[in-house]
Ligand binder design. Structure first.
Ligand code: HEM
Length: 421
């Protein structure tokens, strides 16, 4: 037993020893992979008392939950309706009313309606149209010229690139990027997992309402001046022409895209550079063979993706592995655990740019599979190509990277690197 361990029962026949249930313990935040690997091998469907959810860590089980109609993605309504008093519900309704318009929290049949409308905004044409601008933006952010360049990867590159891309696609003015980023941070904290508590919830509610009012005139302007190959124009068309999207859903959808579209991609980009800096032989391999760039992005999603877990609620009594999950139980799908499952990936703890990592689950699976995946891939591939064009090597300027303590996201706080051209 480790100092943090205790006895738990995994629903099988014998008590097993597992690590502490504190998903925000320092060692779990720093190295979630060891934690989830241990769980996967000792208690693959594990009741986490602190988080009040079953934690599922095997690839086959995670995939089955993501694809099963027995699990709902609307984790917000049960929380709102069952865990808040009437007074609290009145107080937090404005926040809840926006969250409930988000496609990520929708279940069939309403999910299919929204998905059909939003999919129109993510056509290959719309995504491809942004490529030249991504290349230009990336090129201005990273230092050029001979020699060594010290770069704060997050502040100078991984944050501004995706934030600028999604903001320009939704019509946000460039000088307001920081504002969008602050609002997003406040909202993400409560949207992931539950409605949060106390101050955090208040900050999220304020941010959500300010964000919505900020977007209203932008939407009105784009309504009068539609553009070709434009994400916001496509959403507005869905609202005005087919009348299947309400104004609230349109504004909520735009907020979701801004929130979902930048921090995840920022972390993918940062985690990719961290993995390459720690594996210089893989960086050299990539430099010699650019056909591996696509696969490298998939391998980063698998090896150390920006999303660690996803949440669902059982709509019926249902079996996962050896465990019977009761109706109403929450399930935390550990995609980080699944992505390192040796039953699915050989030598899973090895970062291998030549591997076929296409079975990774970091964009989810099933009906909620990430709509922005082609955009995130495009941005990360272009960023990586530029780094490879400009630099011979990359080195981390710190031995230890700190991560934001979050259950769902894997967010490195600061990544100082040295690029050598
Ligand atoms: C590396 C970057 C990204 C990662 C890892 C990621 C991950 C995910 C995951 C795991 C889901 C499914 C959530 C669930 O099943 O509960 C999802 C859904 C979604 N993502 Fe992403 N995402 C990324 C980038 C983006 C971008 C750039 C956008 C938009 C610009 C975006 C928009 C969406 C939308 C709209 C959904 C909802 C789809 C639905 O519910 O049907 N994502 N994303």
């Amino acid at each position: 037993m480790t100092p943090n361990s205790e006895e738990r029962f995994d629903g099988g026949s014998a008590p097993v020893t597992v690590l502490s249930d504190d998903l925000l313990a320092e060692h779990v935040v720093e190295d979630p992979h060891s934690y989830f690997s241990h769980l996967r091998e000792t208690s693959p469907v594990h009741w986490n008392k602190a988080f009040r959810a079953w934690v599922v860590t095997r690839h086959a089980d995670c995939l089955a939950v993501l694809k099963s109609p027995n699990f709902a993605a609307d984790t917000v309504s049960p929380y709102f309706e069952n865990r808040l008093s009437e007074r609290e519900q009145t107080k937090w309704r404005p926040l809840f009313d926006v969250l409930r318009t988000w496609i990520v929290f929708k279940d069939p049949p309403d999910h299919a309606r929204l998905r059909g409308l939003m999919r129109g905004a993510f056509t290959p044409r719309v995504v491809e149209a942004i490529r030249p601008a991504v290349q230009r933006m990336a090129s201005t952010l990273l230092p050029a010229g001979e020699g060594r360049h010290e770069v704060n990867l997050i502040e100078e590159f991984a944050f501004p690139l995706p934030a600028w891309v999604i903001s320009s696609m939704v019509g946000v003015h460039q000088e307001d990027l920081w504002l969008v980023s602050e609002w997003s941070k406040d909202i993400v904290e409560v949207a992931q997992g539950s409605l949060g508590s106390g101050d955090r919830r208040q900050r999220a509610q304020t941010a959500m309402l300010e964000f919505r009012e900020y977007l209203r005139p932008i939407v009105e302007d784009r309504r009068r001046n539609p553009r070709d190959n434009d994400l916001l124009t496509e959403l507005i068309t869905a609202e005005t022409e087919s009348h299947q999207l309400t104004v609230d859903e349109l504004l909520g959808g735009a907020i979701l895209l801004l929130v979902a579209g930048h921090e995840t991609t920022q972390n993918l980009l940062a985690n990719c550079v961290i993995a390459l800096a720690r594996n210089p032989e893989q960086y050299r391999r990539l430099k010699e063979d650019r056909s591996l760039v696509r696969g490298t992005v998939e391998e980063t999603l698998r090896f150390d993706g920006p999303v660690k877990s996803l949440l669902r609620v059982a709509v019926d009594e249902v079996q996962i592995g050896a465990v019977t999950v009761a109706k109403g139980d929450r399930v935390l799908i550990s995609v980080a655990g699944a992505n390192r499952d040796p039953r699915k990936f050989n030598d899973p703890d090895f970062f291998d740019v030549g591997r076929d990592a296409s079975a990774q689950l970091t964009f989810g699976q099933g009906i909620h599979y990430c709509l922005g995946a082609p955009l995130a891939r495009l941005e990360t591939q272009e960023a990586l190509n530029l780094i490879l064009d400009r630099y011979r090597s990359v080195r981390l300027l710190t031995d230890r990277i700190e991560y934001d303590p979050k259950v769902i996201a894997r967010t490195p706080l600061s990544v100082p690197v040295e690029f050598t051209s």
